[in-house]
Design a protein around this ligand. Sequence first.
Ligand code: M6R
Length: 600
Amino acid sequence: MCGIVGYIGNNDSKEILLKGLEKLEYRGYDSAGIAVMNENVVHVFKEKGRIADLRSIVDETVSANIGIGHTRWATHGAPSKSNAHPHQSASGRFTIVHNGVIENYDILKREYLMDVPLKSDTDTEIIVQLIELFVNDGLNTEEAFRKTLTLLEGSYALALLDKQNNETIYVAKNKSPLLVGLGDGFNVVASDAMAMLQVTNRFVELMDKEMVIVTKNKVTIQKLNGDVVTRDPFIAELDASDIEKGTYPYYMLKEIDEQPLVIRKIIQNYQDKQGSLTIDQNIIDAMNDADRIYIIAAGTSYHAGLIGKQYIEKLAKIPVEVHIASEFGYNMPMLSDKPLFIFISQSGETADSRAVLVEIKKMGYKALTITNVPGSTLSREADYTLLLYAGPEIAVASTKAYTAQIAVLAILAEVTAKSRGIKIDFDLVHELGIVANAMEILCDEKDEFEEIAREYLATTRNCFFIGRGIDFYVGLEGALKLKEISYIQAEGFAGGELKHGTIALIENGTPVIALATQGKVNLSIRGNVKEVVARGANPCIISMKGLETEEDRFVVPEVHELLTPLISVIPLQFIAYYAALHRGCDVDKPRNLAKSVTVE
Ligand code: M6R
């Protein structure tokens, strides 16, 4: 979703801001802008569309040592130039960028700003107009900023420029991610460390309801009551090359290909010196103390959670419920006596999940976050964290994070099971090794998956995915991948459920992708395929070695029955990728979507 950058130092800020915004493109956006300031003149450039569109209107002759920038994912008001950030106060003295949603913006508008003509439909403009109002009432900028922050309800990451002060960026955060990056003779602000790795890898985390006065030589963090906070910086363990595409045309393709490596990295990171899988004892104790586990997640992470439930119940014998975060918040089920919450989130920033975390912490329950991003909000605010070690995932469509989540959940289930004296009759390290090799084999079959995409999806308007048991959950993920990047209407169903309604949608040629990796239900899913074929469907059966028949379109290598999701999803990821590519879609940045969904 929206992303923020800011720079103050000795160099020209334009290019640093634009490069930073390019690194935030992956979060999803529909307009972008920068404001740079020199000799008390603020130059604002903003445009609907891509950073490339913004670049084309930036005046190269302007040079300025201080500036802020923004990518906007529309919430209040359509994607347009006038709604794009930065926004300015009535007199033009103050200029602001904002990530988040101000829930009480309308109340504030009616209470304070009825006489101020607004130039946009955004909630953000209210903030900058309020600051100017309070300055006109006699406060200095810092006081006016602070007073405004105390009035805001909702989420924000903010960066503000004051035309009368060339030496300061005013920054604040609540619920939306924001970091301050430290340099020698300069300082920066960014929603994500990746945006500013070009100039520094030293960052300071900000907590909710903190404001920061950033000058080129100093960063002062304060609470809203003015108390100064000291906090050590951390080094972002990111390699700039991790966030480059290299020779790949799209990040998604690179990230699919990285999956064997990610599985091997996970094995390494969760192994002790003797080679056994290991997890922080506090986490295992929390698992064992729980009488029921509640997995909370969204989108792809929710799909990984469905598979995690199978692992934890089958191996560790602890009952598990999996909930969609945005539903759980207002429709909380009856909780058990001793629940443990597991939040699964690639980004660690998903607002729907965070809202649940805040709620259950108030109730005094323990939480574990499984995330790809150390230091992310969900990681910081939970009691425990397990990392995915997948490396930055840039494409909006999640691929390697999904398989990493499943692998980490398998490890968590196995280690918990063993701690309870439950005997596991397979060696998970060995089996994950087999998975990594099988993934490699699949990554070498790209041509075949491209052909499948061409054969089944070139002109179709819809596509169904069916499976039974664990294959059903993978089908849900396959459908999500396909719809989000190719815009083909796609749905996943339990094989036996089709005949209860959805089969009415099957027409001549409707593609039905069926997964058959589970011995126990192999015959039944094939029966379901026959049912749709009898109604004209064009079936594409993806089975696993050992269960295959002549009618199958693709056979994945054999892996342990519980780990098949790690393998069977890969053809589905490739098929979605090629279907989107063939249709001329922007694979990495699908329309309307954001990588990190920081609004509820
Ligand atoms: O960062 P998270 O894992 O919390 O994100 C959750 C979903 O927004 C995310 O998985 C989304 O569904 C992806 N675009 C799917 O590819």
